[in-house]
Design a protein around this ligand. Structure first.
Ligand code: ZN
Length: 139
């Protein structure tokens, strides 16, 4: 497993990632986050931007213990211990893979209500990368 994203790829859609804005296919109406160049369902290439609530539910998860995480997480893993990863079903429909935070691994359970927050992800190529992590819902 790696989380490597080239700097051009990271920069290409950083605004949508940090503002949690999805693409809604103008042909079939599926909502995709993060937006892709081509719709995975119909092959359409036109999307409207649609903001997401950031709310979702934990579909499944994985706990990466020491040595099992990509090297870009070494610093964080030394600080926090395990690296928590999840697949989250967003309220609006997209299913995304993301990091989990502000929760102990023993408290993770399928169906847990989550909300998106913007957090530091890691330092890569000398640049701090920020992105979405999911934390237990506080509403
Ligand atoms: Zn489509």
């Amino acid at each position: 497993m790696t989380s490597y994203i080239s700097l051009p790829m990271y920069a290409a859609n950083i605004d949508q990632r940090l503002r949690i804005i999805a693409g809604k296919c103008t042909n079939c109406s599926i909502i995709v986050y993060p937006q892709r160049l081509v719709c995975k369902c119909c092959g359409g290439k036109n999307f409207d931007l649609t903001p997401l609530s950031g709310l979702g539910e934990l579909y499944t998860f994985s706990v990466l213990h020491g040595g099992g995480a990509p090297s870009e997480f070494d610093y964080e893993q030394k600080m926090t211990g395990d690296v928590l990863c999840g697949i989250v079903d967003l309220f609006e429909g997209p299913r995304v893979m993301a990091r989990l935070a502000d929760i102990d691994s023993s408290q993770l359970k399928i169906g847990l209500k989550l909300e998106a927050v913007i957090r530091r992800l890691y330092d890569q190529e000398g640049i701090l990368r920020y992105g979405v992590k999911f934390v237990p819902e506080t509403l």
